[in-house]
Design a protein around this ligand. Structure first.
Ligand code: HDE
Length: 721
């Protein structure tokens, strides 16, 4: 019999420990016990009255196990239910004392631990990663002054201006209440009905209908704090601040037709991509950027800084990059960490404070409220992933699942029984003080007139897009509104689109088979005021100070690396192993992740007899899961692939989705015969079109992959794939 290992004492705090300590904690090294610590001798059979007899109620081991199982699920988040997360750290580049006294922004030598959760908003926990949706981008900084949460999104603006409208927005976008259809999609009546009555949503609609809503990877999207926050320095001077996360891999998206296929082929596409990149040591990185506006400049813009449907164009206030976040460790347990983490825009540290953005103010109430019911206790701050690094001392006591064992008789302040402890901290000792903003106003329920320009920045966004990006917005709107079966809703949306750009509206109308001139008067003037009184609420279009902003277009993003890009190498028996190996090594050296795709799993034999391991067969592989394709040479391999319809479809589909394609030797003959090859060749005798590398150098292929996509292929005849 194996010698029993001693059972080590369990640790109370995980999250920032070694792998070994975590293994011990998870019981990997110990023997199996009940939750009371009793060693279990048989986990295969319940206690029965005889071999074939009834199970005995007495079997406390069975009852404990099943009872725990029965209660394993907790309510999913009402929004942002589908998420994935990672651990990492933040390191500052330059001291920020001029603007803020936050300690983690005033020390360049420390690494502040972070936990980051990315999410989609509308779908359930089990929905697809590739839904057209906003992505949540929540960062918990475990600072020496307590937890600071930056709970943002991958788009810098929001649908609504006032928190009171949030339940309406979410009710409208969630599946319809009678039949719970559709899952994780905004393409349905109730969403567009609401939106067509909310002109303030138009700027966000441009973002959500753009390719930003279908990222290639969570590692390739920007993050934004959305609201304007405040920095406060040691002299109690305040500055307005907008937060940005800039990914070092650039900002990239997939195509919409691709997103829909990925949802079936691999609904976990984004979470797998993040998990695998971290496991492979290709740690995702973002730089933290800030836009600073002095208090005196609060009113110097043609929009209101407190309005969350507006961004500050980077051309007006540049983004200063102040530090870098690196994600370098996957969670050990999805439930304990990713599911139980509780973010809150009100988790602040001294030096950071709120503004009066009415959306932000409402959020400050909501997060604790929802976490109380989701996590089932006011003690959720004691769950390891939520615990601050600093020690918690206060007079809060008891409640469900209390972990801390408070000692002594004092649980009130002021006291003498506890020697006066815990004491309040003076501001000089790091005690939090709210920024003393001057307030002199009447209580009212109204929208500030400075919030009424709902269209200028929507137009700015649309005008800043490349032609292809504009076409994608038009297609996305057409797709969504085609799924709306109430004509009046489509018409109202078209009316709103005309206020953004008449060309945009005309193209969408045309695709929907509607003539703008036929829209009835009733819809043209339809307006539901946000505060109930049409006279008080007049959506208008102002004069934006900029015509375009380069930072808003993904066409201008970084295109200088192929790190972590997935490259499919198509091969079969008889492949030219020398060329294949050379290309594979060049791709690996450049940081890409090449995979050999062949007709069958197992291995293939090269033309000189080398045995090559196959990573995926065409049965499970799909071009939409890759960034680029390499077709290796070899006569026998070419013939096998030519007769394999899935291989041909793979190449055609990759071409259709504008990806880089490279072929060598006989692989070139194969490519030229595909529909993709015919189209590419039609471009000219010597020029086969950008993104296609035939018998070229590996570096040409690498350069092509780093361009991400060759979107202008969409302007040619399309491959029927
Ligand atoms: Fe949230 N939001 N939100 N939100 N939000 C939640 O809190 C809410 C808003 C955001 O990874 C909930 O713990 C209201 C803007 C993210 O765990 C809930 C309003 C932005 C996450 C909630 C907003 C966000 C949430 C649901 C309008 C971008 C996921 C579960 C006033 C700046 C956090 C939870 C995670 C989650 C309320 C608007 C970002 C219900 C009332 C604007 C990234 O409390």
């Amino acid at each position: 019999m194996a010698k029993k290992k001693p059972i080590k004492k369990k640790r109370q705090d995980s999250g920032k420990t070694t792998q070994l300590a975590r293994d011990v904690e998870n019981g990997a090294e110990g023997l199996m016990t009940t939750n009371q610590g009793l060693l279990i001798n048989d986990d295969q059979n319940s206690l029965k009255a005889g071999d074939r007899g009834a199970t005995l109620l007495e079997d406390f081991i069975l009852r404990e196990k099943i009872t725990h199982f029965d209660h394993e699920r907790i309510p999913e988040r009402i929004v942002h239910a589908r998420g994935t997360a990672a651990h990492g750290f933040f390191q500052l580049y330059k001291l920020m004392g001029q603007y803020t006294k936050a300690k983690f922004l005033n020390n360049t030598s420390i690494q502040t631990p972070v936990f980051v959760r990315f999410s989609t908003v509308a779908g359930s926990r089990g929905s697809s990663d590739l839904a057209r949706d906003v992505r949540g981008f929540s960062v918990k900084f475990y600072t020496e002054e307590g937890n600071y949460d930056l709970v943002g999104n991958n788009m810098p603006v929001f649908f609504i201006q006032d928190a009171l409208k949030f339940p309406d927005l979410i009710h409208a976008v969630k599946p319809e209440p009678n039949n719970e259809i559709p899952q994780a999609a905004s393409a349905h009546n109730t969403f567009w009905d609401f939106i067509s009555l909310m002109p303030e949503a138009m700027h966000m609609i441009m973002w959500i209908m753009s390719d930003r809503a279908i990222p290639r990877s969570l590692r390739m999207m920007e993050g934004f704090g959305v609201h304007t926050f405040r920095f406060v320095n040691e002299k109690d001077q305040s500055f307005f601040v907008k937060f940005h996360w800039k990914p070092l891999l650039g900002v990239h998206s997939v195509a919409w037709s691709e997103a829909q296929i990925i949802s079936g082929k691999d609904p976990d596409f984004h979470r797998r991509d993040l998990f695998e990149a971290i496991e492979a040591g290709a740690f995702p990185e973002w730089e933290l950027g800030i836009q600073i506006v002095a208090e005196k400049d609060e009113h110097s813009f043609d929009f209101d800084l407190l309005d969350p449907t507006k961004l500050i164009p980077e051309e007006l206030v540049p983004v200063i990059r102040i530090g870098k976040m690196t994600l370098n460790r996957n969670p050990d347990n999805f439930f304990a960490e990713t599911e139980q983490v509780a973010f809150h825009p009100g988790h602040l540290v001294p030096g950071i404070d709120f503004t009066n953005d009415p959306l932000l103010q409402g959020r400050l109430f909501s997060y604790t409220d929802t976490q109380l019911s989701r996590l089932g206790s006011p003690n959720f701050h004691e769950i390891p992933i939520n615990k601050a690094l600093t020690t918690v001392h206060n007079n809060q006591r008891d409640g469900h699942m209390r972990q801390m064992i408070n000692t002594g008789t004092s649980s009130y302040n002021p006291n003498t029984t506890g020697g006066g402890c815990p004491f309040q901290a003076k501001a000089a000792e790091g005690g939090f003080t709210s920024f003393a903003e001057r307030v002199d106003a009447k209580k009212i329920r109204a929208r500030s007139p400075s919030f009424f320009d709902h269209f200028s920045q929507a137009t700015l966004f649309f005008n800043s897009q490349s032609d292809i990006e504009k076409a994608h917005i038009i297609n996305a709107l057409t797709f969504e509104l085609s799924k709306v079966d109430m004509v009046a809703i489509r018409q109202r949306m078209l009316v709103l689109l005309t206020k953004i750009d008449t060309g945009l509206a005309t193209k969408v109308a045309d695709a929907l088979g509607i003539k703008l001139s036929d829209i009835p008067e009733q819809q043209l003037n339809y307006s539901v005021p946000a505060d109930g009184d049409p006279a008080k609420f007049q959506p208008k279009k102002g004069k934006a100070s900029l015509a375009t902003s380069a930072a808003l277009s993904m066409a201008n993003t970084l295109k200088n690396t192929i790190k972590t890009r997935q490259v499919a190498i198509l091969a079969a028996n008889g492949v030219d192993e020398a060329a294949l190996t050379k290309m594979k090594n060049a791709l690996l050296a450049a940081g890409a992740q090449p995979k050999i795709i062949a007709p069958k799993m197992g291995s293939i034999k090269g033309k000189r007899g080398k045995v090559i391991k196959v990573d995926q067969s065409f049965l499970i592989a799909s071009s939409v899961l890759f960034d680029a394709v390499y077709i290796a040479g070899g006569e026998e391999s070419r013939t096998a692939l030519e007769n394999n319809t899935e291989a041909i479809h793979f190449i055609n589909e990759a071409y259709k989705h504008c990806k880089a394609i490279c072929a060598d030797g006989e692989g070139v003959d194969l490519f030229i015969k595909t529909d993709a090859g015919v189209l590419a060749s039609a471009r000219g005798k010597h020029q086969i079109g950008p993104g296609i590398v035939l018998n070229g150098h590996a570096n040409d292929f690498i350069k092509a992959i780093s361009q991400h996509r060759f979107w202008d292929r969409e302007n040619e005849a399309k491959v029927p794939a």
